[in-house]
Write a protein that binds this ligand. Structure first.
Ligand code: ZN
Length: 134
C-alpha cells in the first residue's frame, strides 16, 4: 500500500469518528507487514477523560489482532482540523512502546502532509528498559 493509499484509509476511518463534544474528527490506519489494515477513530466520552484517540484505537486494534512492533509497517493519522493532527502526549508515550522508533507515521489534514516517526515525535523516551531490571 502506498503512503497516499494508507492516508485515504485513515480518512475512511475518520468517518466513523465519535466526537459529539469536540466535533474534532480524527482517523488512523495501521498497515501490517502481512497487508492487513487496522482502522482507528477518536471515541469521545461525556467524562472527557475516558476519551480514546484515533491512533491509540488503531494500534490497540492491531495488537488485539496479533500485530507487534515488528509487524507494523506504517501508521497514518488524519483529521479535519485546520492543521495536521500531531499525536497528543499520551499517544506519543503509547506509540513509543508499540511501534518501532523509525516506523513511518504519516500526518495529513487533506491540505498539509508530514512524514515523521516516534523517534522524532518523542525524544528522551521513557521505555520498557527503564522499568525492567534483570
Ligand atoms: Zn492522543
Amino acid at each position: 500500500m502506498t503512503k497516499e493509499e494508507l492516508i485515504q484509509e485513515a480518512f475512511k476511518a475518520m468517518k466513523n469518528s465519535y466526537a459529539p463534544y469536540s466535533k474534532y474528527h480524527v482517523g488512523a490506519c495501521i498497515e501490517a507487514t502481512d497487508g492487513r489494515i487496522f482502522w482507528g477513530t477518536n471515541i469521545e466520552n461525556a467524562s472527557y477523560g475516558a476519551t480514546n484517540c484515533a491512533e491509540r484505537s488503531a494500534v490497540f486494534s492491531a495488537y488485539s489482532n496479533g500485530c507487534r512492533r515488528n509487524t507494523i509497517k506504517a501508521l497514518a493519522i488524519v483529521s479535519d482540523g485546520p492543521r495536521i493532527a500531531a499525536p497528543c502526549g499520551i499517544c506519543r508515550q503509547v506509540l513509543c512502546e508499540l511501534l518501532n522508533e523509525d516506523t513511518p507515521i504519516y500526518l495529513s489534514n487533506g491540505q498539509e502532509e508530514k512524514e515523521t516517526s516516534i523517534k522524532e515525535l518523542l525524544p528522551m523516551q521513557f521505555q520498557e528498559s527503564d522499568v525492567i531490571h534483570s
